[in-house]
Design a protein around this ligand. Structure first.
Ligand SMILES: [Fe+2]
Ligand SMILES: [Fe+2]
Length: 243
């Protein structure tokens, strides 16, 4: 049911398409001395994601479970993972740990990262950026893997449909289409556009990512700095002043 694609050496994308909602949910497994799973997906996805992870590593050896913000598709199955992987620890922002994760969903206390902190899993080095309300939620943050130049970008660059695993083509037009479509229904104002949005997106662009890995839709390989500025413009066009 889930598809596996290696988007960078030892960085795997696990994609599950939910046809009723016309949306893909992507998890990312980083195969390293201390394996990291980024986004657990909702509880209902746990069996298929576990099966996919099992094709890459022993799922009980997962050491870190990262996510951008507290939401079901980001960390809904955290407890399920922690029950089978005895050392699995959530890694998230200080706000996420203190405000939600430790109380609501974690089997054991999360490790909180400070803005700018570098977190090492072995060969891979992740820089953590605290990005409140980008893509959304007070506790939001982003992990950037410095060796491969991969930005794990959560709901930024969200594209609907059963799209290709990886692309070198523009994904911002699809992202903009999704925003326009969502503005017409119950998902309106999915992503806020605040006085801080542009500045936070500029910090992400300054990382000059080579690979952009969203939770929903295709991974983009190319000029990440340009793509993030393009995304910022799309957000401004659709969301600034709306609502
Ligand atoms: Fe989200
Ligand atoms: Fe999401």
């Amino acid at each position: 049911m889930s598809q596996i694609t290696e988007i960078a050496p030892d960085v795997f994308k696990i994609t599950t398409f939910i046809s009723e909602e016309n949306i893909q949910f992507n998890q990312f497994l980083v195969r390293d001395e201390e394996p990291l799973l980024y986004h657990t997906g909702m509880k209902g996805l746990f069996p298929t994601v576990k099966e996919a992870v099992g094709k890459l590593i022993d799922p009980t050896t997962i050491r870190w479970i990262g996510f951008s913000h507290f939401e079901a598709d980001e960390c809904g199955a955290l407890r399920e993972w922690q029950k089978i992987a005895s050392d699995a620890t959530a890694i998230c922002s200080i706000v996420s740990k203190m405000v939600s994760v430790d109380d609501v969903v974690a089997e054991r206390p999360a490790r909180a990262l400070e803005d700018g902190e570098v977190f090492v899993t072995g060969r891979f080095r992740f820089k953590f950026l605290q990005t409140p309300h980008v893509p959304h939620a007070w506790d939001a943050g982003h992990l950037f893997e410095e060796n491969s130049g991969t930005l794990l970008c959560s709901d930024l660059f969200h594209q609907n449909g059963d799209v290709e695993a990886v692309t070198n083509s523009d994904i911002v037009s699809r992202f903009k289409e999704m925003l326009i479509e969502y503005q017409k229904g119950p998902f309106a104002n999915y992503l806020p556009y605040t006085t801080k949005t542009e500045q936070i997106l500029s910090r992400l662009a300054d990382l000059k990512p080579k690979t952009i890995a969203p939770m929903h839709g295709s991974t983009y390989v190319g000029d990440g700095e340009y793509a993030i500025y393009d995304l910022a413009q799309a957000m401004k066009d659709v969301l600034a002043g709306s609502g």
